[in-house]
Design a protein around this ligand. Sequence first.
Ligand SMILES: [Zn+2]
Length: 251
Amino acid sequence: MHARSLPVMIIRMSSASLITDLAAASRILAAHGVVDSFGHVSLRHPERAGRYLMSRAVAPALVTPDDIMEYDLDSNPVNADGRSSFLERFIHGEIYKARPDIQSVVHSHSPSVIPFGLVRVPLEAMFHNAAFIAKGVPVFDIREKFGSTDMLVSSREKGAALASVLGSKDVVLMRAHGSAACGGTLQRAVFRAVYTEVNARIQHWTMALSSGEGMAVLNADEGRLADDVNQNAAMRAWELWRSQVRAQVNW
Ligand SMILES: [Zn+2]
């Protein structure tokens, strides 16, 4: 399928199926150890680009379609109805503002990734499924603009600073905190979040074997070529992961 046809496909899908897919994405990320009691996934509203959808503040493995709320891009809830919001929702709103091409964002504290935000060793693309990493993965250090904080991206200003460090990349690390992975579809953002964690694990193993010397990682051209193919790989993975959620719940 050509990349440019995907947003059209999303708009044609019913809102109900998008909402159930977003709830399923939360459970998929939990099943892969990307999110635990914390972390969240969002989807830009398919018909109103100035809005996004995300669950109320609840552990990702427990999300149901009834938990999905709508936000404006300043991350104000528009249909809270007594439900509470994630403190770090500004990560999502500010990335959607800065990057019109992004339709979905995952924020997580997945453990294998965190060391790469603490040291000067860059996260690199260890294998084809993680080709998007070959573009480079910047590190957001909240200290640079905000000094000592509780580390949370809990305001529009902090979200905007994070989005500016993300720039044109697909993943951004957050020093001593976690990361955010983005995609042009929900499926690609989930795929990238899962494979950012897997890639980090493989990089730890590879560096233990090689002491970090001479790792034959994907170069930028290989990354671009493999990332094009991963459009289909993300859909194959999604079909499997979505069916596993469907086996546990009736939506
Ligand atoms: Zn966080």
